[in-house]
Write a protein that binds this ligand. Structure first.
Ligand code: PMP
Length: 387
């Protein structure tokens, strides 16, 4: 009788992960724990195909992982380009400014992509040390087109920093993948535990490639202590060593979560998410609910859905919550006009059949027409057709 937690993260936590989380807390130096930590780091490397860099898993949230990525690679006074398609992309701007970094931004209209040609042009002129791209911006449900953006950025030699908070373990983030040239690769991927990985919030996870590690190596010091990767490298190479106490129980949960990801198979998991995204949007469209982003740029993990005429946001979401289904409102100028529904992590087809039924029932209660069976059928047809 669990709630259907369909916000853009945290996502529903599988029983096996809760069981792992509830294990007895061991000494962080206990050989049994060190083995679990090592195994988790090894699976983190697999998730990002990080074979020639280093991964970092520390207590914190996605915002700390953003900070670790920026603070270690870009020095005060150096330049960063923020490629923004929404609220979470913009967080890089305020974050970087706090470290005295000079920031330029390329902004897409919400619901749309940035133009890769503009990014390429700006990078050619801008002398940027790094460029940030948010893989899925959680405010808009737009997925970045890495096939175009990675070459556009890497031609200039800047580091490519990818925010995978709303994408990792649902959309490919392969640090060995060559985007048209051996040099055109992701340099940093950062994420959190609570979205498509399906673990409760509490871990900051960052993968550095060799060029990003070299950027930290080249600096005498950075404006951080806990977030300085140099202090963590010995721990990540040998988790028996101490720097700051690791979140022991969260690491148990993380190991189990990654085991589930890897056992499902990365490609299978990516396909499942792509199919779920398309199907949820198709099912809701039967109710006259349209996504903000067009299908070419809409994310596998989360959708931002515009309300049909006359549906009140607060009333709609509180009626759904009373039925045990939790969705999120929208941010900034979309507040009240759209809701956001997550379809990521350890969620299955049956969860969304239920969700689409509950949305239909709620629309009925609000005096709207809704073809529940039609919406469920459309969801299933698109899901099964895209698996
Ligand atoms: N980046 C993206 C794309 C996000 O969706 C979020 C959280 N919604 C963050 C960063 C920040 O993560 P956290 O809330 O875990 O600090």
């Amino acid at each position: 009788n669990r709630e259907l937690l369909l916000i853009p993260g945290p996502t529903p936590v599988h029983d096996d992960i809760y069981k792992a989380l509830a294990g007895e807390t061991m000494a962080h130096t206990d050989a049994r724990f060190v083995k679990i930590f090592k195994n988790s780091l090894e699976m983190t490397r697999q998730l990002f195909n990080n074979t020639d860099g280093e991964v970092f898993v520390v207590a914190g949230s996605g915002t700390l992982s953003m900070e670790i990525a920026i603070m270690n690679t870009v020095a005060p006074g150096e330049k960063l380009l923020v490629v923004s398609h929404g609220f979470f992309s913009d967080r890089f701007t305020t974050l970087a400014k706090a470290f005295g970094i000079q920031v330029d931004t390329i902004q897409a209209e919400w619901g749309q992509h940035v133009d890769a040609a503009e990014v390429e042009r700006k990078c050619a002129e801008g002398h940027y040390k790094a460029v940030t791209v948010t893989h899925v911006d959680t405010s808009t449900g737009v997925v970045a087109n890495l096939d175009e953006l990675v070459p556009a950025v890497k031609k200039s030699g800047a580091l490519f920093i990818l925010d995978g908070v709303c994408a990792s373990a649902a959309i490919e983030e392969d640090m060995q993948k060559e985007y048209g040239n051996a040099e055109y690769r992701l340099d940093v991927v950062l994420t959190g535990s609570q979205k498509a990985i399906g673990v409760p919030p509490g871990l900051a996870i960052v993968a550095f490639g060799p060029k990003a590690l070299a950027a930290r190596e080249a600096r005498e010091s950075v404006l951080g202590y806990y977030a300085d990767i140099k202090n963590w490298i010995p721990i990540m190479q040998d988790p028996g060593k101490y720097y700051a106490t690791p979140p022991v129980n969260m690491i148990y949960a993380f190991e189990k979560g990654l085991e589930m990801v890897i056992n499902e198979g990365l490609d299978t998991r990516y396909r499942r998410h792509a199919a779920l995204g398309k199907a949820v949007r198709a099912g809701l469209a039967v109710y006259g609910m349209k996504p903000l982003a067009s299908e070419e740029v809409a994310a596998p993990t989360l959708s931002c859905i515009l309300y049909p005429e006359g549906v009140n946001d607060a009333e709609f979401r509180s009626k759904l919550a009373a039925k045990g289904m939790i969705i999120a409102g929208s941010l900034a100028s979309l507040a009240g006009k759209a809701f956001r529904i997550g379809h990521m992590g350890n969620v299955v087809e049956a969860n969304f059949v239920k969700a689409i039924e509950l949305v239909g029932e709620t629309l009925h209660e609000m005096g709207k027409e809704a073809d529940v069976q039609g919406a469920v059928n459309e969801f299933k047809r698109v899901y099964e057709g895209n698996l």
